[in-house]
Ligand binder design. Structure first.
Ligand code: SF4
Length: 271
């Protein structure tokens, strides 16, 4: 979440991404630390892998790659750009990861791409739209959702994912924040109306297997996102980011592998 004041501090513009909201919902302190130490959130090899597979899909959708080999080249080139000294390797060694690109590209081409329908309106489309506003101690707070939709067509919304295992559709339907945030962006842009369906195209890492997970969203899901986002905005304004926010260490993502702040937070204490 990013806070920008106007010159006389009467208007606070707050920008929230779904990934931040997801982290902060799981552990508010992780959200606070991401605000004050954004540089700590360095990508690991799994997020870099996902970004590279996105590049392959983008190349195909925009026509710069027409076949699997060219898509693979686009993925490997994107990965090489991310594979710097700051990349954290949390699961694979480099030689183990490289063969997985071809499988993911083929899974997208074979199991996901054939289900893409409609005219392409946007690929890797950046959005920012107003989620809501409220008054707080004489300040007008305007909350914006911001992010990037992987694919918008005249009939569909898509996001590409790479995952260790298949998604559980019922879990996504119940808990997913991204589909609500991105659905709201499509509605705000006039591309869609509630209710809508948001599609996840999931490539299972290490397997030549893609999965399509549709998630249904309506105006009541968006109202919930608006309420939870505003609660965090108030938390930010009331408590500032100078003091710790509530910490949740009961989730498996509270670990040395998955939380970049582990070494200065839960990891400082007896396990
Ligand atoms: S180490 Fe655990 S408690 Fe601390 S910020 Fe990370 S997830 Fe939250």
């Amino acid at each position: 979440m990013k806070l920008i004041w106007n010159d006389d501090h009467t208007v606070a513009s707050m920008y929230v991404r779904q990934s931040w909201l997801k982290d902060a919902t799981m552990c508010p302190e992780k959200g606070r630390r991401a605000i004050i130490s954004p540089d700590w959130n360095t990508p690991n090899e799994l997020t870099a892998f996902g970004t590279a597979v996105h590049a392959a899909a983008e190349a195909k959708l925009l026509g710069s790659a027409t076949n699997r080999a060219q898509m693979l080249d686009a993925a490997l080139e994107a990965f090489r750009e991310l594979d710097t000294d700051t990349l954290r390797w949390v699961k694979y060694q480099r030689h183990e990861l490289l063969p997985l690109f071809d499988l993911a590209v083929d899974a997208w081409l074979t199991d996901v791409y054939p289900s893409v329908d409609g005219d392409i309106l946007g690929v890797e489309h950046n959005f920012t739209y107003e989620i809501g506003r409220f008054e707080h101690n004489g300040v007008t707070v305007i909350l914006y959702g911001t992010g990037t939709i992987d694919l918008v067509t005249s009939t569909q919304l898509w996001d590409w994912k790479t995952s260790t295992r298949r998604y559980k559709p019922a879990e996504k339907q119940k808990q997913d924040i991204q589909s609500t945030m991105y659905g709201g962006a499509a509605v705000a842009a006039g591309w869609a109306e509630w209710p809508l369906t948001f599609n996840f195209g999931v490539m299972i890492r290490g397997k030549n297997e893609g999965q399509i997970v549709p998630v249904d969203r309506d105006a009541s899901h968006f109202e919930w996102l608006r309420r939870t986002s505003m609660a965090f905005a108030r938390q930010y304004l009331n408590n500032t980011t100078d003091v710790e926010w509530p910490m949740n260490d009961t989730h498996y993502l509270c670990s040395d592998t998955w939380c970049p702040f582990w070494s200065v937070c839960r990891g400082c204490h007896a396990q």
